[in-house]
Design a protein. Sequence first.
Length: 214
Amino acid sequence: MASRAEERRVQERSLATRAALLDAAIECLVERGYAATTTIETARRAGVSRGAQLHHFPTKAQLLATAVEHLFDRRRSEFLEAFAAIDPRADRLDAAIDVLWSMFQGPAFVAWTELWVAARTDPELAQTVVAVERRFTAETRTMFTEMFPAEPGADALLYDIARDFAFAVVTGVALQRLFPHGERPASDYLDALKRMFRLARLPTSGERHEDGSD
C-alpha cells in the first residue's frame, strides 16, 4: 500500500511539474515571443530544475509541440464555459459574438498567434499546429450549429460559412489590435458582423418557434 501511495505522489508531482512547464512556456510566448522562448527560460519561470525540464521536454520543439495541445485544451475550456454561461433569455446572436470577441482578448490568443507565425517556417511545429487548429475548428463548428440551428428559408451558403466568417473577422480585428494603426473601434466590426448574421436568418433568442420546437 505504501508503495502504491508513493507511486501516486510521484505521478502527481510529475504531472504538476509538466503543467507548470507548459504554463510557463505559454507565459513566455506572450511576454517575450517565440524566438525568446527557450527551455532554460521556461524552467526558470516554472520554478523547476534544469534536469526536471530536460526529463519532460528535452528540446524546445517538444516543449512547444506539447504547449500547442495544452493551449488548445485551455482555449476549448474557455469557449465552452463562456458559451454555457450565456443567459438563455438573451439575444443569442449578440451574446455569442460578444463572447467570441472576449475569447480573442486574453493571453491564449497572443500565444497562439506566436505559434502560428513560427509554424510557417517550422515544419515540425506546423504539423502539430495545423492538426490542433483542425480539431478546434471542428468543435467550434459543432457548437455553432447547436446554438444556431438553421431556420426555414435561411440562405444555405451564408449559414454554412457563418462560423468561419465570424472567426475570420474577429481574428483580423484582434490582430489589428496587436499593432494599432488607427483602425476602427472593434465595436464597429462586431456590430456589422451581427447585422450580417441576421441576413443569414440565424435565430437570435432562446424563444420557442411557432411550431413549439426549441
